[in-house]
Design a protein around this ligand. Sequence first.
Ligand SMILES: *Cc1c(COP(=O)(O)O)cnc(C)c1O
Length: 350
Amino acid sequence: MSHCWTTKAIKEIQADYQRSSDTHLIRLNLPTFPGIHLYLKDESTHPTGSLKHRLARSLFLYALSNGWIKEGTPIIESSSGSTAVSEAYFARLLGLPFIAVMPSYTAKRKIQEIEFYGGKCHFVDHSAQIYAESERLAKELNGHYMDQFTYAERATDWRGNNNIAESIFRQMQMEPFPEPDYIVMSAGTGGTSATLGRYIRYQGHNTKLIVVDPENSVFYDCYRQNCCDIVSNCSSKIEGIGRPRAEPSFIPSVIDDMIQVPDCASVATIYWLEKLLGRKVGASTGTNIWGALLLANQMHERGEQGSIVTLLCDSGERYLDTYYNPDWVKNNIGDISLYLKQLPNLCSYK
Ligand SMILES: *Cc1c(COP(=O)(O)O)cnc(C)c1O
């Protein structure tokens, strides 16, 4: 009986996938860096608006295939962000209750998005409590704690199966430099960079994986010092990326190099990109593109041509009160004018 439900649930997710289309790979031209092409994998166009749509789908399929989710199992997740929104979508698709555990000071807009997909929010006082409270709640309700930070790196099929890496390399096939010199990505769970890095090695590509990291994140220090015990008591101000602890899904050995990006640079870059793309993006996309532009500049100075791919992680409409509110930026991020000046007319949209 319950086996039958599981089969139906997996089919339901596969049918949803069949109805979906792949995300675009947008090419930006960099006239000041002739022969260097920058590409953006636009993950904002998933039904739930971010790259976490891929993760949520994988986490549900993994948990269903493991027999961890049955008919009526409540789904619990520690997330106030895009993961909770995407998981709420899939929970509703399967008719399962969904509860996101988050700090009480989470932005209203986020709570509304989760509730829009039929999810509920459960609040704790401090962000450090979300993990233990999720576990406790799952036990109490006889539910399943999804635990994105543990399972992100293993729920995705890194060898292919149309994962994000395979999709990028396929979409690059007809470009002048089909094998990217660099793929640049930031880390939240670390799951996406793990998939990219493993796929690059598995396929024997010469592409280098560069992970960019915001302020108040321990990923960079963990990578440099080869030590995963470092913790911080501050939270990253760039939503979706940068963590106060080295998450289990962050796999340093697949990364070729890391770059630290100041928060002011990340935010300046999204203002600059808006003029180029005609739309707003989230701040983690700013972090990614700042890193990509640094690498383009280095390639240019070495007299090289080639291609760089990075991700557009989510849309800026989610952040009108924060990154697109100049007062909020001044009070929470700082003075971005210096970085805006450093972002010259580097590209034109094509
Ligand atoms: C989760 C997230 C990331 C980072 O992706 P991971 O695969 O979790 O490392 C980047 N940007 C946004 C907006 C995110 O939600």
